[in-house]
Ligand binder design. Structure first.
Ligand SMILES: Cc1ncc(COP(=O)(O)O)c(C=O)c1O
Length: 409
């Protein structure tokens, strides 16, 4: 009889075969998958039909992680999807799957801080140049793409943190006319608000850390698009190693069934807060795609199922007022993420876009006091009361309920 350790290793590694289907996706917490022969293992890790034929090693593929890629692909109406370790891993792999040394990228100037840093500092060092452009100016985008060949036009459906809405259909038409691929970060929208592939995008990326998972408890990213393009992303991840853990994939999968209901509630509360905040004494500007005052309100109305759960505000008094407001809040979390059950109010210049210096902040359209609000699932009245109380601290001239003169003298 084999010794104790040999028996223990075998006994503890034997998974029971299951004939029935589990109703939630099992967490395949394993680095390796065994085959019965060398040939069978070689066959499992062989590339086939824009993927790998089977499973051998979890960096190449893992059933729980693949289930997440497949699920988001279905929601985005894509041929294929692949999940990675974070949103930034997804953006990095998507960009490097199509661009290399000597290539040029044209990117929206209203872009997430780490993406700006990836484009400028990381890809810049590899010989990939990025020019930033105001994507709400279609003429400027056309000129940027016509000036020199570009490999990629990089967009955010709704931008972080300035809530700029990109007209994906019009921009994709321009990009394709100039031979550029379109990559869209649709994190702020989620697949519930829009499917950018149907509007002409070539690849869509999500930070699944946000709405897809929805509970602030996991980091993950997803890329969806055509089968061959997504396989190129997977191969890049195989060689660079930003592999998603199976438990993380499970947590994102657990968020997907409630995505629609969460997005409906996020949007309803955001719309109510945005219209209440607009014009309130102490509030200079409110950026929310559902407001008629939003510069891309028409695009948002045409393109998005709902205006979403993200808004931005500029308070009278700039950075000092913004910081005092955030510090006075009692319900929202003081942190830097978004798309969660928790309402999160972030001061962009010091958190989400801390990588940008004053010039880069101005170029990205971010004022020093801009606050980004990710509206959570708390009760709307409670949030409104909390915001009103914080505003009264920020602007002592305002009545205690925050409902002071709507047109200040
Ligand atoms: C629009 C957007 N894209 C990408 C990311 C990066 O995602 P992650 O933190 O999952 O890497 C973020 C993170 O805040 C984001 O807001």
């Amino acid at each position: 009889m084999p010794g104790f350790s040999t028996r223990a290793i075998r006994a503890a590694s034997r998974a029971r075969p299951v004939a029935q289907r589990p109703t939630s996706v099992p967490i395949y917490q394993t680095a390796t998958f065994s085959a019965d022969s060398v040939d069978e293992l070689a066959e499992a890790v062989a590339e086939r039909d824009g993927g790998y034929a089977g499973y051998g090693y979890s960096r190449l593929g893992n059933p729980t992680v693949d289930a997440l890629g497949d699920a988001v692909a279905e929601l985005e109406d894509a041929e294929a999807g692949f999940a990675l370790a974070s949103g930034m891993a997804a953006i990095h792999a998507a960009l490097l799957s199509v661009a290399g040394a000597g290539d040029r990228i044209v990117a929206t100037r209203a872009v997430y801080g780490s993406t700006q840093s990836l484009l400028v500092r990381v890809l810049g060092r590899l010989g990939i140049r990025t020019d930033f452009v105001d994507v709400t100016d279609l003429g400027a985008v056309e000129r940027a793409l016509a000036a020199e060949p570009a490999r990629v036009l990089y967009l955010e459906t709704i931008s972080n943190p300035t809530i700029v809405v990109a007209d994906i259909g019009a921009l994709a038409t321009i990009a394709h006319r100039h031979g550029a691929l379109v990559i869209v970060d649709s994190t702020f929208a989620s697949p519930y608000l829009v499917q950018p592939l149907a509007l002409g995008a070539d690849l869509v990326v999500h930070s699944a850390t946000k709405y897809l998972s929805g509970h602030s408890d996991v980091l993950a990213g997803v890329v969806v698009g055509g089968r061959d393009r997504v396989h190129a992303v997977r191969k890049l991840q195989v060689d660079t190693g930003a592999t998603l853990a199976p438990i993380a994939a499970f947590l994102v999968l657990r968020g997907l069934p409630t995505l629609a209901i969460r997005m409906e509630r996020h949007a309803a509360t955001a719309a109510s807060l945005a219209s209440w905040l607009e014009g309130l004494y102490g509030v200079d500007r409110v950026f929310y795609p559902g407001l008629a005052s939003h510069p891309q309100h028409a695009v948002a109305t045409r393109q998005l199922r709902l205006p979403g759960g993200m808004l931005a505000v500029e308070l009278t008094g700039g950075r000092g007022a913004g910081a005092a407001f955030v510090d006075a809040l009692t319900i929202p979390e003081r942190t830097a993420s978004l798309g969660s059950i928790h309402t999160i109010v972030a001061h962009a210049a010091s958190t989400t876009h801390r990588q940008l210096d004053a010039t880069a902040l101005a170029a990205a359209g971010i004022s020093p006091g801009l606050l980004r609000i990710s509206v959570g699932l708390e009760d709307t009245d409670d949030l409104r009361d909390d915001f009103a109380a914080a505003l009264s601290v920020t602007r002592p001239a305002v009545g205690a309920d925050g409902e002071a003169p709507r047109s200040p003298a």
